[in-house]
Design a protein around this ligand. Structure first.
Ligand code: ADP
Length: 644
């Protein structure tokens, strides 16, 4: 910008323009600052407004998510049986656990736990005390004769009409066969005859089912889990262990069998219902109850939550991860919103979420949180509007700046023209005055009768002619300059012989080169290409340079004019041994009206336009001019013009 301004004005005068420029800058700076301030305010307001709007929307979303969780919870508790349930409790217990409705459940009647309750049973199964039994037992234990005992038990099994007695006899037979080393036979008996349908649901006198015991016994005899028979038998046992229908296996028998099965079969599956029973009994032992009804409460067991129905008939137990998972499933049913993630926290967890709210009365102190993923949506939402503001601001600032540049350019042009006009008037009046005054003095002297002396008259007339020539040159320069400034100069271009231009220029300079003490050294390359250009203008270039060389040298003038070709250019070099000019002036000498030394220029008859005219012509001919000088030693001006 400054360069532009400096170019538009003459560097030396630019300081005086600062007030105007400062004003112009203020004209740009103030509205720009205003626009920026307004933009900043608008952007902040926009962000706040968008944030508020989105917070309202998110709050509604969060409430909707909490509503979903509450609805899902209502559904869960609606599945819980009421006081008049029809099903047998073990079956009900198993079905609720297997369906995943609860992780465990305890049934109460009048404040007393009725399921799951362990049934106390004695370890030994009392076998009948009839004669055949006593005899067989005597063979087995007293006489230590398992083989015969096995035969005796087999007989009892065949002869008894009571299924339970037959089953017990078969078990005893298998036991004896094993003792006798006949494992294969024992296994066949246990997995064949005993597993048959008549014995499926037979329980012993203590209520323990016989078949599962028989199956476990067979598995323990088989030892090899890889055997197909082992797998088949184990599957049968697992199925029975998971069966909570009638007849119900006592919990203690179930636990015992599971324990035994696990120890003889590492790949034994899980028994969730049994685990649920164990959870119930741990809860019963550790957590005091009744609980406050109608809401989910912590238990004394880690990550286990309890819910008691208002009538106190049951307490449902839930693992924390189970609750969280079903809450997340409920939330997932909501229409997903991009950039939003919900998370649920049990009491005691804190989160740095964007928004949080409670889940409802059923879950005291539980919280649902809304997190924003990636860039917060209110930022991206407001980004678009902010971008609009920024662009508006940029465009406005750019508009103001462009306007400013136009205004500055126009103003500077006006200032420059005014200054030129003033300089021109000052210079013209001054420069014209000097030769006119000299001529008037000489003419007055002659008119007053000093013309008898012919030599004096001749001398005066010559002086008048010299002043006249000077005046003509000045006027010529002014006219050229004026045309140049008004861009009215028209160049009449033609192909010109270089030598001819030089010759004409030397003729134009004329006698001044022949003056005493003046020596011209002309060095022209013999073969020089021609130039396309305006003849008179190019002559003016050389004349002005030679003129200056004469003007700015002392009494002994050694002027050298060289013409040569370089890089396809025609070059002229005018060198003198004159006063030169300092390095600081080198840049300015081509500026109009610039004079390195006013007094000298005045006396030498210049007005600071010669070199600016030279530069104008050379530039118009696609050439270029350079000046080198050493004060006191002389100057060299080199003009380069493209060859035709
Ligand atoms: P002027 O009419 O004053 O000679 P010019 O434009 O021709 O105007 O030159 C501008 C100024 O450059 C001169 O006033 C002078 O100070 C300096 N100048 C030009 N030519 C020479 C030179 N050959 N030797 C020293 N100074 C020069």
């Amino acid at each position: 910008m400054l360069r532009f301004i400096e170019r538009a004005t003459n560097a030396g005068h630019s300081q005086r323009l600062w007030p105007v420029l400062a004003m112009l800058v203020a004209v740009v700076a103030l509205p720009t600052a205003g626009v920026l301030w307004f933009m900043n305010e608008a952007m902040q307001n926009e962000q706040l407004a968008v944030r508020q709007r989105l917070t309202d929307i998110y709050n509604a979303q969060l409430e909707a998510a909490a509503g979903r969780i509450q609805a899902a919870w209502r559904k869960t508790i609606s599945v819980l049986p009421d006081a008049e349930q029809q099903k047998a409790l073990p079956e009900l217990f198993a079905s609720l656990v297997k369906a995943g409705h609860v992780d465990s459940i305890l049934f109460y009647s009048k404040g007393r736990l009725i399921y799951p309750v362990p049934i106390a049973i004695t370890r030994l199964s009392p076998e009948p005390a009839t004669a055949p039994w006593l005899q067989a037992r005597s063979l087995e234990y007293a006489k230590n004769s398992p083989k015969e005992a096995a035969v005796a038990y087999s007989r009892i099994a065949q002869q008894s009409a009571v299924a339970r007695e037959s089953a017990m006899a078969l078990m005893a037979q298998a036991r004896c066969l094993n003792k006798d080393g006949q494992q294969r036979k024992a296994i066949d008996l246990l997995t064949g005859t005993l597993a048959g349908s008549p014995y499926r649901s037979i329980a012993d006198a203590q209520g323990r089912l016989i078949l599962p015991n028989a199956l476990l016994f067979a598995l323990q005899l088989m030892k090899e889990p890889a055997q197909p028979l082992f797998q088949k038998t184990a599957a049968l046992l697992v199925e029975r262990l998971n069966d909570y229908g009638n007849p119900v296996m006592p919990t203690t028998q179930r636990r015992f069998l599971v324990e035994q099965l696990r120890s003889s079969w590492p790949d034994c599956p899980r028994f969730p219902v049994l685990e649920a029973e164990e959870t119930a009994s741990s809860f019963e032992k550790t957590t005091p109850h009744p609980l406050a009804a109608g809401r989910v409460q912590p238990t004394r067991m880690p990550d286990l939550w309890a819910y008691q129905t208002p009538d106190g008939s049951l307490i449902a137990l839930f693992r924390q991860d189970h609750l969280l998972q079903s809450m997340n499933v409920a939330i997932a049913e909501l229409q997903p919103v991009r950039g939003i993630r919900y998370s649920v926290f049990p009491p005691g967890f804190s989160s740095a979420a964007f928004l949080t709210t409670g889940i409802g009365e059923a879950f005291p102190s539980w919280q649902i949180a809304l997190n924003l993923e990636g860039t917060p949506p209110f930022q991206s939402a407001s980004k678009q509007r902010i971008a609009t503001y920024v662009w508006t601001g940029i465009l406005m600032t750019a508009g103001i700046t462009i306007l400013f540049l136009f205004m500055a350019g126009y103003l500077l042009r006006q200032v420059r023209l005014t200054r030129l006009k003033n300089d021109l008037i000052a210079t013209v009046s001054h420069e014209l005055k000097t030769p006119l005054a000299s001529m008037r003095l000489l003419v007055d002297t002659l008119r007053n009768g000093h013309y008898q002396d012919a030599q004096l008259v001749q001398e005066y007339l010559q002086m008048i002619a010299k002043e006249n020539a000077r005046l003509s040159r000045l006027i010529e320069e002014f006219l050229t300059f004026s045309r140049m400034e008004r861009r009215k100069t028209k160049f009449d271009r033609s192909v010109l012989a270089t030598h001819e231009i030089v010759k004409s220029a030397l003729e134009a300079v004329g006698d001044r080169l022949q003056a005493p003490g003046c020596r011209l050294d002309l060095e022209l390359a013999p073969e020089m290409p021609s130039i396309v250009g305006d003849r008179d203008a190019l002559i003016t270039v050389l004349v002005n340079l030679l003129d200056n060389a004469i003007k700015y040298t002392g009494d002994t003038k050694e002027i050298r004019l060289r013409g040569f070709t370089s890089d396809g250019n025609v070059c002229f070099e005018v060198q003198d041994n004159g006063i030169g000019f300092p390095r600081t002036a080198a840049k300015k000498i081509f500026d109009r009206f610039y004079q390195a030394d006013h007094t000298l220029s005045r006396s030498a008859g210049g007005c600071g336009l010669g070199l600016s005219i030279v530069q104008f012509i050379v530039t118009a001919h696609n050439g270029n001019i350079t000046a080198k000088s050493q004060p006191g030693k002389g100057s060299t001006f080199t003009v380069q013009l493209p060859a035709a």
